[in-house]
Design a protein around this ligand. Structure first.
Ligand SMILES: *Cc1c(COP(=O)(O)O)cnc(C)c1O
Length: 435
């Protein structure tokens, strides 16, 4: 299977190249040339498949340059934690995607990409250096994916003083092959340094360098696995399956659309957004008008120019009416988000994080507006509430239980390399630290 660039369908590359490149030479995002359907009997027997087996059945439709044994190993290593469906009421359930090492759904994509890259690069003579600029969250998911992988070193660049304490502890306490660089600047400086390093011929002589960017197709693909996993756990499969997806860059939702194209019977996707409502406005007006992001309590969705929009319109060949048929969208503010956290607790004795709360509101609104009752409504819970305990504890007036894997990083000592934001200083620190 080949993968094309969303900027130009003529540009087509094999999967390996799409993964190693991350982004097409013309700046487009990679998409599969075709989306094969899974066989009828797969859906009929889906309850007999493990989560990992589901992953394998999906992945093998797209990945044809890795043998079956190796592909199974990659998937088994990546999908190493569950995605349970928890029932809130007759028609609303929560798909918990936070059972991974960094307590957010991004662990699925990051672990899959890490295992895939390790496989593709195992015969490289040079050491591989993964450079990641992070504003907080993605960095630790990626770093965890590559933790203790042989022949690979990870340099995380984060803006000093601009990430939360929890995020900083997660970024700086892994050790081993993970190195944190604390940049005296903002996120954009980190991104610029990474870009410059990629073009540095001296570094290229020492390392084979790769990014583990969120737009990498290998981060998207495994996110489609858990839509099947959710469907598998639904009891009465004859009812319409409606999935509410808290969205920022729309990677998660795009993965759902891929699952649907593979034959998963999704009745409707509900795109749940906060005050960053560019996609909502697009469905209303048919015009896509990116704008600067605004800060909200569900900050992983504070995106003013969703990168996966290019993939969505490519999938539907720019047909906004078709997109409206498949996706409904609604936007909620912080005040509504806080009330929703409270409501879910009071009504269902369940603690949602601010992102899941937006997902809850969007599903509820969809069910009310369409008057549908007999549905399997599923909310993707994208992060563990303990990650946002400052917000959640305050509304609920109680202390969220912090899972062991999060509290553990608070007991470890922060180790970072501080450097100023000019390239020469950063490079000097990088070479000194990791070679
Ligand atoms: C990244 C993230 C999102 C948004 O996901 P997209 O794929 O960018 O739409 C939502 N919730 C949490 C907790 C996240 O970390």
């Amino acid at each position: 299977m080949k993968f094309y660039s969303t900027n130009n369908k003529q540009i087509q590359v094999p999967f390996r190249e799409a993964v190693l490149k991350g982004i097409a030479d013309d700046g487009g995002l990679f998409m599969p040339n075709e989306i094969p359907k899974l066989p009828e009997n797969f859906f009929h027997d889906i309850e007999k498949y493990s989560f990992q087996e589901i992953g394998f059945e999906v992945a093998k439709l797209f990945i044809d340059d890795i043998n079956e044994v190796d592909l199974r190993t990659i998937i088994n290593n990546a999908i190493s934690f569950p995605a349970p469906l928890v029932k809130l009421s007759e028609n609303i359930s929560i798909l918990e995607l936070f059972h991974g090492p960094t307590l957010a759904f991004k662990d699925f994509g990051a672990k899959f990409l890490a295992n895939l890259l390790t496989h593709y690069l195992k015969d490289e003579k040079k050491e591989t250096l993964i450079l990641v600029a992070t504003s907080g969250d993605t960095g630790s998911a990626v770093a965890n994916g590559f933790y203790e992988k042989e022949g690979i070193k990870v340099a995380l660049l984060y803006p000093s003083g601009k990430v939360s304490r929890t995020q900083e502890q997660q970024l700086t306490t892994l050790g081993k092959n993970i190195f944190a660089f604390e940049i005296d600047g903002v996120f954009d400086d980190c991104q610029r340094l990474v870009k410059q390093a990629f073009h540095d011929s001296e570094l290229k002589n020492i390392f084979s360098m790769t990014s583990a960017n969120s737009i990498n197709i290998a981060r998207l693909l495994p996110q489609s696995f858990y839509y099947f996993e959710a469907y598998k756990q639904v009891k009465d499969k004859s009812l319409p399956f409606v999935v509410s997806v808290p969205s920022g860059n729309f990677g998660n939702l795009t993965a759902g659309l891929l699952a649907q194209a593979m034959g998963l019977p999704v009745h409707k996707f509900v795109a749940a957004v906060n005050a960053n409502d560019v996609f909502f406005n697009y469905l209303q007006s048919g015009r896509f008008e990116p704008k600067p992001s605004v800060l909200t309590l569900s900050n992983a969705m504070d995106v003013g120019n969703p990168s996966n929009f290019a993939r969505i319109i490519s999938l539907f060949e720019n047909d906004v009416n078709l997109i409206r048929k498949r996706i409904s969208c609604s936007s909620f503010n912080d005040e509504q988000t806080l009330l929703a956290i409270k409501e879910v607790k009071e009504k269902y004795r369940y603690t949602v994080d601010p992102h899941g709360a937006v997902g809850y509101l969007a599903l509820k609104k969809y069910l009310q507006e369409t008057g549908q009752e007999d549905v399997n409504g599923v909310i993707l819970e994208t992060a563990h509430p303990a990650k946002f305990s400052e917000i959640v504890d305050k509304v609920l007036e109680e202390k969220t239980v912090i899972p062991e894997r999060l509290s553990a990083c608070f007991e470890k000592e922060k180790v970072s390399v501080k450097t100023i934001k000019d390239y020469a200083s950063f490079k000097e620190a990088l070479v000194r630290t990791i070679s």
